[in-house]
Design a protein around this ligand. Structure first.
Ligand SMILES: Cc1ncc(C[n+]2csc(CCOP(=O)(O)OP(=O)(O)O)c2C)c(N)n1
Ligand SMILES: [Mg+2]
Length: 372
């Protein structure tokens, strides 16, 4: 059984389904977060192309999926076990932009002290956001475990985990779905079907008719939604969150979208994505669509969208410069946080390392790219 695609706004921003009852404030917050996500993405791409950061992951095209899903969560109780294409979740919940850029530069104020890759954010606030893990699908059982813990403690929180179409081929997806199905974990599985897993197209990823159907094998209901329609994503994920909170168990939400760029800054999609596909999906742009609808409803005034865009771009420029100017984490931090009390042999290595660096000044190739 294939699933219908839930859509509220068509590609031109015309209402084709029942719009959720949402206050203007929330709608504008979603719009702003989508615009900020794109501006951050563009700034990071430019920083990487000019050799200032080592790596980034294009988020262009998936803003509605990420923001629409995040808007359905309650930061006071819920957790996110994210995918790396989820900048929008952080922007919606008002994450500090400076902390995000600190991660991109791996500087002194980066919460992971430069030990994680750029884009591999990890934050406790404003919403618990698990460290993004490079091994695909590992965040899925993590989310299920968190959700089960909350259920056992009688808390009202739920966990949302986000992952790509390619990540449904990992053991983490299957064990996570099975466990959640059997034990009724309050978790929402958000599959960002952007049609590609690096250069592997969906038709080579699965023989199933869609991704939502994969829930059936685990007794987990699946829904399919237009991932470029922020209202539809918000509705689908809100319903899934409501089910989870009511003790009715997990839901698999497949958001159908498109990766409007390379897999990462180390990839050249022109080698394998037919150009007409980009042209086709450009017409379904999630921001333009939402903007057209907000204007037609009188929720955005003439020129307001442009002002929001300019403000976002200015902020990206300003804050990225602040993070860029900060020094790297002190060398000693390589050795700290391993043991509660540093053993003597590690202390010795730390001293040797610091001495070596101070006297010989090891060079580091700042322009090195990540091979991913
Ligand atoms: C377990 C594992 N296998 C392979 C990889 C290499 N890899 C990194 S990203 C990626 C594609 C993931 O595709 P998808 O899940 O659809 O997410 P998308 O990048 O499209 O958002 C692959 C194969 C990995 N990181 N982890
Ligand atoms: Mg994908």
């Amino acid at each position: 059984m294939s699933h219908d695609l839930l859509q509220i706004l068509d590609a031109k921003g015309r209402k084709v389904g029942r719009a959720p009852r949402v206050k203007k404030d929330l709608l504008l917050r979603m719009f702003r977060a989508m615009v900020e996500t794109r501006a951050f993405d563009e700034r990071c791409m430019n920083l990487q192309r000019t050799g200032k950061i080592g790596f980034s992951v294009p988020n262009r095209g998936v803003e509605a999926t990420s923001v629409g899903a995040a808007a359905a969560l309650d930061p006071a109780s819920d957790w996110i076990a994210p995918h790396y294409r989820d900048f929008g979740m952080l922007f919606f919940h008002g994450m500090s932009l400076e902390r995000m850029f600190d991660n991109m530069f791996g500087n002194r104020d980066d919460v992971a002290k430069g030990r994680q890759m750029p884009v591999h954010f990890s934050f406790r606030e404003p919403i618990p956001y698990l460290s993004i893990s490079s091994p695909l699908g590992t965040q899925i059982p993590h989310a299920v475990g968190i959700a089960m813990a909350m259920k056992k403690r009688g808390e009202k929180g739920i966990a949302l985990t986000s992952f790509g179409d390619g990540s449904t081929s990992t053991p983490g997806f299957h064990s996570g779905m099975n466990f959640a199905g059997v034990f009724g974990a309050p978790v929402v599985f958000l599959c960002q079907n952007n049609q590609w897993a690096i250069s592997c197209p969906v038709e080579k990823q699965t023989a199933s008719e869609d991704f939502a159907v994969k829930g059936e094998a685990y007794g987990v209901p699946g829904v399919r939604v237009d991932g470029n329609d922020v209202l539809a994503v918000y509705r689908a994920v809100s319903q899934a969150v409501k089910r989870a909170r009511a003790g009715e168990g997990p839901t698999l939400v497949e958001a159908v979208t498109f990766r409007m760029g390379g897999h990462s800054t180390s990839d050249d999609p022109s080698r394998y994505v037919p150009p007409e596909l980009f042209a086709e999906w450009e017409e379904r742009d999630p921001i333009q669509r939402f903007e057209a609808w907000l204007c037609s409803e009188g929720l955005l005034e003439e020129g307001e969208a442009e002002r929001i865009r300019e403000e976002a771009e200015r902020k990206m420029m300003e804050v990225s410069k602040v993070s860029e100017a900060k020094p790297r984490p002190p060398l000693a931090t390589i050795f700290t946080d391993v043991y509660a009390e540093m053993p003597r042999h590690l202390e010795r290595q730390m001293e040797e390392c610091i001495h070596h660096h101070a006297t010989r000044g090891e060079g580091v190739d700042e322009k090195g790219e990540f091979p991913l």
